[in-house]
Design a protein around this ligand. Structure first.
Ligand SMILES: C[S@@+](CC[C@H](N)C(=O)[O-])C[C@H]1O[C@@H](n2cnc3c(N)ncnc32)[C@H](O)[C@@H]1O
Length: 301
């Protein structure tokens, strides 16, 4: 994980921090919800802006991330409230603290760098580890359960749908052949099977899309976002702002349509970003993980 001993080591670089500052426009005394607090990168900046007198509630479904965030945000004392939870349950999290309305909400989707870098978490195809990929390790199902138990057609659908992988058919066939001899239990074995199933090498590692697909499906990432967005928007005060950073076209589509629905049908949201905001060249150079990020923001009317 990202924190070692008493020395705090934060490995995650927040994406588009200035843009988040600009769109959330936080001020002292405000109540802010960070739905994906991760290692507390964005949250630290937001906590500075809402003090004195503000409250930041930080949610993450990953208990290890919450521990890193706790240390990272320790200096802000009682104004920070952290909770290991899935953001689809954000209404309960907020209301259980006696709060009804929020001034600002941030979603910074996907995985954090510690999750990717720790081989034991099983997210990375580069390092050998168990085929796990659970964001919340209290959940029962691991990636290896999907890979070894699902039917070929279902695997193909997941890899095509969530990985946007045109070779999903070949990959799923190869997985089913390989697991017949012995179960696929490690990240590097799955990465090798995927690599062998593909005709040639492209710009990205051949296993990138398949790993992404399995992670998104296993963790129910799109369903959680679909459930959380309307809850989040309904909990904003008039004039409150929401900002969502996504890393996958399916996530961005969900955000775009939900914002539009509240804008057109309900007339309750003003969209602040007609097109998604992308990181600048300099940021992508410094932090390559930011290259696929898209930020959308809106204000409650
Ligand atoms: C890109 S990181 C956030 C980084 C953070 N903004 C920072 O600056 O350090 C995404 C985080 O969202 C968490 N996450 C993903 N889906 C979630 C969900 N449905 N509920 C709660 N947390 C979730 C992941 O565990 C991960 O820590």
């Amino acid at each position: 994980m990202g924190a070692e001993g008493n020395n705090l080591i934060v490995t995650h670089i927040p994406v588009m921090p200035q843009e988040v500052d600009h769109f959330l426009n936080c001020r002292p005394g405000q109540i802010i919800l960070d739905c994906t607090v991760g290692e507390g990168g964005h949250a630290s900046r937001l906590a500075e802006k809402i003090s004195p007198g503000g409250t930041l509630i930080g949610i993450d479904r990953d208990g290890e991330a919450i521990e890193v965030a706790r240390r990272q945000l320790n200096r802000f004392g009682e104004s920070i409230k952290l909770e290991q939870s899935n953001f689809r349950d954000l209404r309960e999290v907020i209301q259980s603290r006696g709060i009804e309305k929020l001034d600002g909400i941030l979603f910074d989707l996907g995985v954090n760098s510690s999750q990717l870098q720790d081989p034991g978490r099983g997210f990375s195809f580069r390092a050998d580890g168990p085929l796990d990929m659970r964001m919340d390790n209290r959940e029962e199902s691991q990636a290896s359960d999907l890979v070894n138990r699902l039917g070929r057609k279902e695997l193909e659908w997941i890899i095509r749908e969530y990985g946007e992988e045109r070779f999903a058919g070949r990959i799923s066939r190869r997985i089913v052949e390989e697991r017949a001899s012995r179960p696929i239990l490690s990240t590097t074995r799955l990465a090798q099977i995927v690599t062998d199933a593909l005709p040639g090498r492209g710009k990205i590692h051949p296993a990138t899309r398949t790993f992404q697909a399995i992670r998104i499906y296993l963790n129910g990432e799109l369903d959680a976002l679909e459930q959380a967005l309307p809850e989040a928007i309904s909990m904003l005060k008039s004039g409150g702002r929401i900002c969502v950073i996504s890393f996958h076209s399916l996530e961005d589509r969900i955000v775009k349509f939900e914002f539009r629905r509240w804008d057109r049908q309900e007339g309750m949201l003003r969209i602040l970003t007609r097109k998604p905001v992308r990181p600048g060249i300099e940021e992508v150079r410094r932090n390559p993980r930011s290259r696929s990020a898209k930020l959308r923001a809106a204000e409650k009317l």
